[in-house]
Structure formats: structure tokens, C-alpha cells
Design a protein around this ligand. Structure first.
Ligand code: NDP
Length: 237
């Protein structure tokens, strides 16, 4: 049974990924930040162990990944899905907001991936998927921090894929378009309906539609796909 760590696995896209992979027989381990009650209920319902840590804190993140390895043994697959927005025009943005989004969405890749990759190389197997965003490709007003972080993930994926391709380790990104989750329901309703009008499919993605593609990239059927970004955006970009 393959093991998979899904960050941000308690709700939204991450929850759909956890449910999908659990149904496929993976040994799923999830992480979240601070939504303790909700995560405990989700963990119980789906029988998935969850760990709470803030990706904005590099030291704690590294410690928790080590704890996960100690408690669950080798991790075969990683889905680094957790992410935040903290929008605002760049000319009004504080350094704190800039750094928080960069650390949580991009720089945390180091603390989450580094402890796992050596074991994957030794075992000659690994599947790594990073959730980026359509906005990394197209840009978005008010999201310089988010777009920089998510575009950075794509470069990270390409380089890590090259370094590990000869070890049967694949590294890919998935770039969802606007998806039905809390992140999107937090948006202004009229802005959101204007965005939906620009999507050729005329609807948001469902979290399950992203999860199915994650499952494919983790599967043996995708063993020759590495260094790529899969776009799931209803034709938006
Ligand atoms: P949600 O806001 O619904 O969920 C975010 C998840 O990330 C939660 O599990 C949350 O934990 C966790 N998280 C947030 N901040 C931290 C932190 N500092 N440390 C650890 N975990 C954290 O997000 P979505 O499901 O909408 O998005 C999932 C991913 O997909 C993100 O990377 C997002 O950028 C990307 N994406 C989303 C799109 C969308 O339209 N929804 C479109 C394109 C990309 P907790 O519950 O404890 O807060």
C-alpha cells in the first residue's frame, strides 16, 4: 500500500484529494493549519490521521514532517496542496503579507519536500504533485504575492523533475482554475460571477475534478509524465 502526504487535506481541494486517494487504497496522511474541530471531524469520518502545523513556520514544519516519517514510515507520494491568498495591490502591500504568502505557498516546498526526497531516491520510487494556479500563468490584479509564489512552484517542479527522473521519481504541478472551495466563496459575489462569465465552461471546477487528476499523476499510468503542469481550468487559459 503506497503512502501519501496531502498538505491542506482537511477541506477544499485537499479534502477531495484525500477522499479520492483513500478510496483508491492509499495510506493517506493529511495536514492542516488551525481548523482543529473541522479537521478532527474529517479525520474521524475518513479514518485519516492529521497533523496540524503552520507552513509559514519553517522550523515547526520541518519538525512535523520528521514526526510524520517517524510515526508512519516512508512516504511514497506527496501532494503539496495547502495554500493561501492575501490579496492587495502591490503598491499597498506590506512586506509581512508578501512574505507570508511566499513562505506558505512556495518556500515551504523546501521544508516539506527535503525530508522526503532522500528516502524516495533510496527506494527508487516517488510521486510529487504541487498545486499551483491558473493565476500563476495568466497573472491576476491584486495577487502579485500569490502569482509569484505559484509561478515559482512551476520552476521548482521542472528542476526537481530533471534531478530525479532517473530514480523513478516524477514531479508535476497541477494548475486549477477557479474551484468551488472556501477560498473562492470568500470572494466578492459579483466579482466571482464576472470571472465565471470569462470561463468557456461557464462554471467553476469541482474539487473532485482536481482530485481525479492528482490520482492519475500518482498512478503507474503516469510513470513517464514528469516536469509538467497540468491545466484544469475549463478552457479559461
Ligand atoms: P482552502 O482555502 O479551501 O483550504 C486551504 C487548505 O490549506 C486548508 O486545509 C488549510 O488548513 C490549509 N492551510 C492554509 N494555510 C495554511 C498554513 N499556513 N499552514 C498549513 N496549512 C495551511 O483552499 P483550496 O482548497 O481552495 O485550495 C487548495 C490549493 O489549490 C491552494 O494551494 C490554492 O492556492 C490552490 N488553488 C485553488 C483555487 C480555487 O479556486 N479554490 C484555484 C487555483 C489554485 P486550515 O483548514 O487549518 O486553515
Amino acid at each position: 500500500m503506497r503512502s501519501v502526504l496531502v498538505t491542506g487535506g482537511n477541506r477544499g481541494i485537499g479534502a477531495a484529494i484525500c477522499i479520492c486517494l483513500k478510496e483508491l487504497g492509499y495510506n493517506v496522511i493529511g495536514s492542516y493549519n488551525a481548523n482543529h474541530e473541522q479537521a478532527a471531524a474529517f479525520s474521524k469520518k475518513y479514518d485519516i490521521p492529521f497533523y496540524s502545523f503552520d507552513l509559514a513556520n519553517p522550523e515547526i514544519t520541518e519538525q512535523k514532517i520528521q514526526e510524520i516519517l517517524k510515526n508512519h514510515g516512508p512516504i511514497d507520494c506527496l501532494v503539496h496542496n495547502a495554500g493561501i491568498t492575501n490579496d492587495g495591490f502591490f503598491h499597498k502591500m506590506t512586506l509581512e503579507r508578501w512574505q507570508n504568502v511566499l513562505q506558505t505557498n512556495l518556500l515551504s516546498c523546501f521544508q516539506v519536500t527535503h525530508p522526503l526526497i532522500q528516502g524516495m531516491r533510496e527506494r527508487s520510487f516517488g510521486r510529487l504533485v504541487y498545486i499551483t494556479s491558473v493565476n500563476a500563468l495568466k497573472g491576476q490584479i491584486g495577487q502579485t504575492n500569490y502569482c509569484a509564489a505559484k509561478a515559482g512552484l512551476i520552476g521548482f517542479v521542472k528542476a526537481l523533475a530533471l534531478e530525479n527522473a532517473n530514480k523513478n521519481i516524477t514531479v508535476n504541478a497541477i494548475a486549477p482554475g477557479y474551484t468551488e472551495t472556501d477560498m473562492v466563496s470568500a470572494m466578492n459575489e459579483s466579482v466571482l460571477s464576472q470571472i465565471v462569465e470569462t470561463i468557456p465552461a461557464k462554471r467553476l471546477a469541482k474539487p473532485e475534478e482536481i482530485a481525479d487528476s492528482v490520482a492519475f499523476l500518482l498512478s503507474d499510468k503516469a510513470s513517464y509524465i514528469t516536469g509538467t503542469t497540468l491545466h484544469i481550468n475549463g478552457g479559461m487559459y
